[in-house]
Design a protein around this ligand. Structure first.
Ligand code: NAD
Length: 320
């Protein structure tokens, strides 16, 4: 069994390898070669959350679980509040094959999902990237997104303006100008909008968004969370990683409950990757990707991390 510690991940898994691993997984899900098991999530008290995301890719040979959660007391201990670890198993024998640090991988696989949606669904002439949210994930999201189109400018909004410096610094690192804007300006100028917040109310309103926009809605991963107005999903072409999660814990939960969007109108992004669905219908189409985060994404990037860590001599082998 291999152990790949969190400290080894930054040097081995980059945005491109995460993109490739997650894209292959979404394609396998749409072919029904791979599926996710029901998510377990428990409140432990004092704000602590703990859970499991798991799945099987029969053809890709992946079986495993990401275990982890949110531990708000960690900041005082000098360690990140979000903690996760991925365990991989041999799908034939059930024998454990690897234990992999999952914190950075979570950010990389989440950014890869929205980047895949941009690559597959955004207009090819997209020039302005709009960011809603400026937390930990936002920098990873921006870095992965700018690789997909010839963006010339980043604009951003955040409920807590003091956090906008993260977006400004990340844009600078990427050599792009950044401007903090109001939400109506963001909708009027952005060709692609990424939402990555912990919001429980719609931030981006239907009236903000112009025809031709692509949205990657990445923050809503729990029942009750919401980032965009339900009416927007009613007029958009809606895509997702997994329909079951989209309608229960994703952004589509609100539009489906309100009768504005039919569950069977939501398209798995894997079908676009596989060529079974054409994706964007026209330059005027509003496309919206509801990225809920599935266990198979975690297994895919963890498996890639093991492969690269072994090749670079950064994995420890344990007789287990
Ligand atoms: P963070 O705590 O670092 O940042 C939170 C962000 O949300 C900040 O921009 C903050 O200003 C904003 N925010 C907080 N409360 C808000 C409110 N009430 N209304 C509007 N905005 C609010 O978090 P993060 O690590 O950047 O994660 C952001 C979100 O992404 C979280 O909700 C997290 O659960 C989600 N997430 C989703 C996936 C996925 O696969 N879809 C993966 C990882 C994280």
């Amino acid at each position: 069994m291999w152990i790949v510690p969190e400290s080894a991940i930054p040097g081995i898994v980059d945005a491109q390898s995460a993109f490739d691993a997650v894209e292959a997984t979404f394609a396998a899900m749409a072919r029904r070669d791979a599926y996710n098991f029901p998510v377990v999530r428990e409140a432990l008290g004092e704000g602590r959350q703990y859970g499991f995301k798991s799945g099987l890719d029969r053809v890709g040979g992946l079986l495993g679980v990401k275990s982890g959660g949110y531990f708000p007391g960690n900041a005082e201990r000098g360690i990140p509040n979000h903690q996760s670890t991925v365990f991989l198993f041999d799908p034939e024998s059930g024998k454990p094959t690897a234990m992999v640090g999952g914190n950075l991988l979570t950010a990389l696989r989440t950014a890869a999902a929205s980047a895949i949606s941009i690559a597959r669904l955004a207009r090819v002439d997209s020039k302005v990237l709009g960011m809603v949210g400026a937390g930990h994930q936002s920098a990873f999201q921006m870095r992965a997104a700018v690789r997909q189109r010839g963006f010339e400018k980043v604009i951003g909004w955040n409920l807590h303006p003091e956090m906008l410096s993260r977006l400004a610094e990340t844009a600078e690192e990427l050599g792009l100008p950044f401007e903090a804007v109001a939400l109506d300006q963001l909708g009027a100028e952005a060709d692609v909008i990424i939402t990555i917040t912990s919001s429980f109310d719609a931030i981006v309103k239907d009236a903000h968004v112009r025809p031709g926009t692509h949205l990657a809605c990445m923050g809503t991963d729990t029942k009750g969370k919401q980032e965009v107005e339900a009416a927007l999903l009613g007029r958009a072409s809606v895509f997702t990683d997994e329909v079951a999660q989209s309608v229960s814990i994703g952004e589509a939960q609100h539009a489906v409950a309100a009768g504005l969007l039919a569950e069977d109108a939501i398209v798995e992004i894997g079908a676009v990757i596989n060529g079974a669905h054409p994706g964007r219908a026209s330059a005027e189409d509003i496309t919206l990707f509801d990225g809920t985060g599935v266990g198979l994404q975690d297994l895919a990037v963890a498996s890639k991390a093991v492969e690269l860590a072994v090749a670079h001599g950064l994995a420890m082998e344990v007789d287990f």
